[in-house]
Design a protein around this ligand. Structure first.
Ligand code: ADP
Ligand code: MG
Length: 681
């Protein structure tokens, strides 16, 4: 399998490029081959006449004299007369590329890319191509652009991918059964990869895309449904004998807070599931701040009262710790014995917890994916709860579930998935929805300001800080570059230090270590930090009721679902909260997104609107929907493919001989290997 072949096996990739690829997260040949372009550029050469002043041009020129080099403020400027299209005299200028002086010989024909100034008849060159590097015109029409870095450029990556495709063609196995491929007219995997990396026509790219999206969804569905179909075959769930006083007792532990109707209904549904002989697989959906944790705690409490243990997994340590604090407050008084296990639990403590767990002296084990390790053994695990379920891979949820026999399952999700999408993805999973927020919450007041009104926005932030409240300042989203994003957060942080002088400001971005991020989040929770400048890495699910204002820079760059998730960090206490969107939308769709945000804070409405606005053909990441991140498939566009993949996966799994037929060997292996794979992202 190409997952096991390191990139060093590709001819031409040496130690330096191996390292550069590793920094992009590419270690093996399989990852290299699925490092797809995020854009295709039209690099066909056109006559100068077809361009206007100020355009980025791509033209053919003849060097028409010897290049002259001069220096200005430590920067080099190379200039040479050229003849564009063999006829039009002009100048070419290269900044900081003095090494080209020797290569640019008079009479040589090269391709230049850069900005054209009509007035000075000059091209400010950004890219030079010599004869031996010239693209064939069919490649130039849709030239792939890859996520790259300083150490390795996009064209270099393209070359390595082409090399790998040639070298490993025989080992690119097609996981899709031939029968399916024929029925849906899907091109084979090799052809699809070839077309993704070097499409010759739009149609070829579309077919490649369709095929890979199908494959991705199909494998996802197989994994998702495997446990469910097996559980069904295995016989039914267990009847949990939950005493009926659980509602009353649990309500007492809430110290006077009243449950919302949605919370109460969900609790009822869970109670019935536990009593029924059918195994529970329930998704609890509720907008950010709707109070899913308490419902989950109720499920845990009911289970414990029936004599079983419960595991609750969260995607980050901070969230797991937050659960612990809340569980101490709500569940320990009810006699539930609670413990926490994360990656930073000390060895001795860990050993103690595991012993208690095996002896059934811990009832509720909270934690991160540290719960998944093999030596975590329960005496009598009855229920598995996954918070922020979309942050975990399907296989991981399965692993935890298999630590018990016929365990019941409760997934929590803040992603308000529209119904069509939920059906396509989960099929027959039961869903409980919490629609309202706890009483006494005020809606977050949302404003959209132009970036020229930044002063006003900053004044609003200062006003909240002066009241002793806390603020989130969100830095612009930079597509495809965590590094640039970090840089923009750093510069915003520097600005904020003067804008918010006198207050304690700190910052959070994706390039910090997990430890650093944790420490910063903790001091924000503790109120030591008053304003937090951050990229979108702000924890999902984090609950800081004292944070009452969020200021989002370049809001037009974010997707709707993402803006809504971000906004959910404020408005979690009794005080009025604000969200200020700062941005100048370039078009109608972006404008509608901001207007939608101002107009409503109903997550379900927003999710519907999001799907509507993200029309077909838009290459948007699924990241924004909060669902598992697919590489090729886009749920907004490929929903019908997901539906077909779901039905086909179900059909395949219901045929008992599935595991035995040799044609499915590849698939089977793939599923088993996915089980041992690490966190999805
Ligand atoms: P989420 O659904 O986003 O996970 P949480 O469970 O973190 O939301 O709840 C958000 C906040 O609301 C928490 O501080 C929680 O204690 C509080 N809360 C939950 N339910 C209620 C309720 N019925 N009444 C008042 N406050 C509540
Ligand atoms: Mg939560």
């Amino acid at each position: 399998m190409l997952e096991k072949v390191p990139v060093t096996h590709v001819a031409g990739i040496g130690p330096a490029k191996t390292k550069a690829l590793a920094e992009l997260g590419i270690h093996d040949v399989a990852a290299l081959l699925t490092h797809f372009p995020y854009r295709y550029d039209d690099l066909r050469i056109r006559p100068l006449l077809s361009y206007a002043d100020g355009d980025r041009v791509r033209v053919q020129v003849t060097i028409n004299g010897s290049p002259k080099l001069r220096w200005q403020n430590g920067k080099s400027i190379l200039q040479a007369p050229v003849l564009v299209d063999f006829q039009t005299p002009a100048y070419a200028m290269w900044f900081n590329q003095h090494y080209l002086q020797k290569r640019l010989r008079e009479g040589e024909v090269v391709i230049l890319q850069g900005k054209w100034s009509e007035r000075y008849r000059r091209i400010a060159v950004s890219h030079t191509e010599f004869g031996n590097q010239r693209l064939r015109s069919e490649e130039a029409a849709m030239y792939p652009v890859y996520r790259s870095s300083k150490q390795i450029s996009s064209p270099q990556i393209a070359a390595f991918i082409q090399q790998a495709l040639a070298q490993f063609q025989d080992q690119i196995v097609d996981l899709l059964p031939l029968e399916l491929r024929q029925r849906y007219k899907l091109v084979n995997r090799y052809e699809a990869l070839l077309a993704m990396h070097r499409p010759r026509t739009r149609e070829e790219l579309r077919q490649a895309h369709r095929r890979l999206a199908f494959e991705e969804f199909f494998l996802f569905q197989l994994q998702l449904q495997r446990y469910r179909v097996q559980a069904k075959l295995q016989s039914d769930g267990v009847v949990r004998h939950v005493p009926s006083d659980v509602f009353e007792k649990f309500a007492d532990a809430l110290e006077g807070f009243t449950l919302t109707d949605g919370q109460y209904d969900a609790m009822q549904e869970i109670y019935h599931d536990l009593h029924s002989p059918r195994a529970m697989t329930r998704l609890l959906q509720g907008d950010v701040g709707s109070g899913k944790t308490w419902v989950a705690f109720f499920a845990a409490y009911a289970m414990v009262r029936a004599g079983w243990q419960v595991a609750m997994m969260a995607p980050t340590e901070i969230l797991a710790e937050q659960h612990l604090l809340e569980a101490r407050k709500r569940l320990e008084p009810l006699g539930v014995r609670v413990a926490l296990l994360t990656g930073s639990t000390g060895i001795r403590e860990r050993r103690e917890i595991l012993a208690l767990l095996a002896a059934h002296q811990v009832d509720l084990l909270l934690g991160t994916h540290a719960l998944l390790t093999e030596d975590v053994e329960f005496a009598r695990l009855g229920l598995v709860i996954t918070d922020e379920q979309h942050r975990f891979g399907v296989a991981q949820r399965g692993t935890l579930q298999e630590k018990g026999e016929r365990t019941d399952i409760l997934y929590l999700s803040a992603t308000p998935i529209p119904r069509t999408l939920a059906l396509a993805i989960y099929g027959d999973l039961d869903v409980s929805v919490i629609r309202e927020r706890p009483k006494g919450r005020q809606p977050v007041r949302t404003y959209w300001l132009r970036s020229s009104e930044e002063d006003k926005a900053v004044r609003m932030v200062r006003r909240e800080l002066a009241k002793g409240r806390q603020a989130y300042i969100v830095a612009p989203l930079v597509e495809d570059s965590e590094k640039l994003e970090a840089t923009s957060a750093v510069s915003l942080y520097e600005q904020m230090q003067s804008h918010l002088a006198g207050y304690r400001v700190s910052m959070l971005h994706g390039r910090q270590s997990a430890k650093e991020k944790d420490a910063i989040m903790r001091s924000f929770i503790a109120g030591e930090i008053q304003a937090l400048v951050s990229t979108t890495v702000i924890e999902v699910g984090i609950d800081v009721p004292n944070a009452t204002i969020m200021l989002i820079y370049h809001a037009q760059r974010f997707g709707l679902a993402q803006l809504h998730q971000l906004r959910g960090r404020v408005g979690r206490g009794a005080n009025a909260s604000f969200c200020i969107l700062l941005g100048d939308p370039p078009g109608d769709v972006a404008k509608q997104r901001l207007e939608t945000m101002v107009g409503t804070d109903d997550g379900f409405l927003i999710a519907e609107k999001d799907l509507e606005l993200r029309g077909p053909g838009e290459f948007l990441g699924v990241r924004q929907s909060g669902l598992p991140e697919f590489t090729v498939g886009d749920l907004a566009r490929d929903l019908n493919i997901m539906q077909v993949a779901r039905d086909e996966a179900e059909k395949l799994l219901q045929e008992n001989e599935f595991w035995l037929l040799p044609v499915y060997e590849g698939l089977r292996k793939h599923l088993f290997e996915a089980d041992s794979a690490g966190l999805k992202y």
